[in-house]
Design a protein around this ligand. Structure first.
Ligand code: AMP
Ligand code: MG
Length: 534
């Protein structure tokens, strides 16, 4: 049964029912002590327009698609009107930003509308991003601009369709209001169109939710919060106890490792892996200055705010997740009071990541299983070769699948293979005979490995194309959709969302969405560089 009216959504609002509230209800920026959340009201906007919605997310909420096209839907999910059972609130959390403890952060521009239970009894929390200030907004306005909202909306859904754990996006609504942003913090503020995204996830709980209580030595609330989390989001772990806390942390470690393997598989760079942007469910959360690898470069980050240190560069994401888990371990230590279980869980992160990475590389290359005796070297050499000349990571694996290695490669076939790969390079002039020789040698080793695996070409292609996407949300593609959307034309957002629904399948007439970054996008803001300003 699909819901035809929003009033039929069933809210259970366990978060606000079970956790302590801040007694104050105004938006004065403040430190909120001894409370998990503050009640807030979204700010009303003048002229909201639905830019896009995701029918798959509506489905999770049992919403009939026709509901999403009503004025009521737009007014509700921009924050202009509340359903009777919605009890909007902003939560308190802290976090380490760029390696330093930052104290209280909290939902500064996220307003939770409550949690619903769908007909399968699944819990979904609904959260507006950009619907106005909260007590946690610090010096900022609680708003979001259209460009970053388009990016969050599209990337959430693109990641989901790629099979990467992520928060989802129900809707993207422009507000009709202007928001002032200095995009590169260089004294050039500009009015930009505002927007609100409605995010959906089983829970939006972050590592920082636990950290803030420990930082304040509020162990009673720490315990209340972890008990709430376990009973609500991890009910399979059983009744909360110190053992359950360790089991819980182990599961967070595993889920985080799995998420990072997916990021490395598809070439996603989060850009701001602060502990307040890490979900305890191992979901990709808070899409800000993220980016997609174009040329394979482990040192790349799209985030200009991190340009010096490159702490959150692609190749560093696995280590940063580990470091962040260490901070979560510190936060819950007062409840467990033993180091060993926490160390064991962190080891579990490393093992899950290592195994997951090997498995992922075997799939990317079309091997039956990863054999460390041969494949450690095979992968290490490939990842070096990919960096010798600017090589589009996404297209490389798709083109590699087309090279039939099932019977080995003779000289002629090696030349043909190089031809097949010719389209994946950004600067063809970089290709030297030495480079070609090295790539050929790798291809010879690789084809021998494929032969030893007795893999038919069709089996191998199937396996590789199921994990190596053809369509990813390339930074310049998002920017082209944004350019149009800022002119009031939302067709680019719709078309991109549609293509990204099937990222592994070649779609007729959609070749322009699988092309490598054009030269004009190399240095353009939004395409290669992004800031936290959003
Ligand atoms: P982020 O780096 O986007 O994860 O944000 C870090 C903190 O800043 C979080 O507490 C956010 O809620 C807050 N924040 C970011 N942008 C804004 C904004 N425009 N208004 C209010 N708070 C914000
Ligand atoms: Mg954040």
């Amino acid at each position: 049964m699909k819901i035809k009216q929003l009033v039929d959504l069933k809210f259970d609002n366990r978060f606000t029912n079970e956790l302590p509230a801040d007694p104050e209800t105004n938006n004065n920026r403040r430190q909120v002590l001894e409370a998990s959340y503050s009640s807030v009201q979204p700010t009303k906007v003048s002229n909201p327009k639905l830019v896009a919605y995701a029918k798959e997310v509506a489905e999770l909420l049992d919403l009939h698609p026709s509901v999403c096209e009503t004025a009521e839907f737009t007014h509700t999910f921009v924050g202009n009107q509340l359903l009777t059972d919605m009890k909007p609130y902003a939560t308190c959390y802290g976090g380490h930003q760029f390696g330093h403890w930052a104290g209280q952060l909290g939902d500064g521009r996220a307003i939770n509308l409550g949690e619903i239970l769908n007909q399968n009894n699944q819990r979904w929390a609904l959260q507006l991003k950009g619907a106005g200030p909260t007590p946690y907004s610090r010096t900022a306005d609680g708003l979001a601009v259209l460009r970053s909202s388009v990016r969050e909306f599209l990337c959430s859904e693109a990641m989901h369709h790629l099979g990467v754990p992520t928060t989802r996006a129900l809707s993207l609504i422009s507000t009709g209001e202007q928001v002032i942003r200095d995009m590169f913090y260089n004294g050039n503020p500009k009015a930009e169109p505002g927007a609100v995204v409605c995010r959906v996830a089983p829970s939006f709980t972050r590592f920082g939710h636990f950290q803030i209580y420990t930082a304040r030595s509020d162990y009673s609330l720490l315990k209340k919060f972890i008990d709430y989390t376990i009973t609500t989001d991890f009910p399979h772990l059983g009744a909360p106890s110190p053992q359950t806390y360790s089991a819980w942390f182990t599961e967070v470690c595993q889920k985080t490792a799995e998420m990072i393997v997916h990021w490395q598989r598809v070439g996603f760079v989060h850009g701001v892996m602060n502990t307040d942007n890490m979900s305890i469910l191992g979901l990709t959360i808070d899409y800000g200055p993220y980016g997609w690898l174009e040329n394979y470069d482990p040192g790349w980050t799209p985030n200009t705010t991190d340009a010096e240190q490159k702490r959150y560069r692609f190749g560093n994401q696995p280590q940063i997740a580990f470091w962040n888990l260490g901070q979560l371990a510190n936060a819950i230590f007062p409840l467990i009071k033993k180091e060993q279980p926490l160390h064991d869980a962190m080891d579990c992160y490393s093992e899950t990541f290592e195994k997951g990475w090997q498995n992922m590389m075997a799939n990317k290359l079309g091997l039956r299983t990863f054999d460390p005796n041969t494949d450690d070297d095979l992968c290490a050499e490939l990842l070096l070769i990919l960096q010798l000349v600017e090589t589009d990571m996404t297209l490389f694996y798709r083109q590699l699948a087309k090279v039939d290695c099932s019977n080995g490669l003779n000289n002629q076939q090696l030349d043909d293979a190089l031809q097949t790969l010719a389209s994946v390079y950004y600067v063809p002039e970089q290709i030297t005979p030495t480079y070609q020789q090295r790539l050929k040698e790798w291809l010879v080793t690789y084809s021998a490995r494929i032969q030893a695996d007795q893999r038919s070409q069709s089996e191998r292609v199937k396996q590789m194309n199921a994990v190596n996407p053809l369509y990813v949300l390339r930074n310049y593609l998002a920017q082209l959709a944004i350019d149009k959307a800022e002119q009031g034309d939302y067709s680019g957002v719709h078309e991109l969302l549609n293509v990204l629904r099937n990222p592994y399948t070649e779609q007729t007439g959609k070749a322009q969405f699988s092309e490598k970054r054009p030269e004009w996008a190399r240095q353009r803001a939004g395409c290669s560089m992004l800031s936290c300003s959003s």
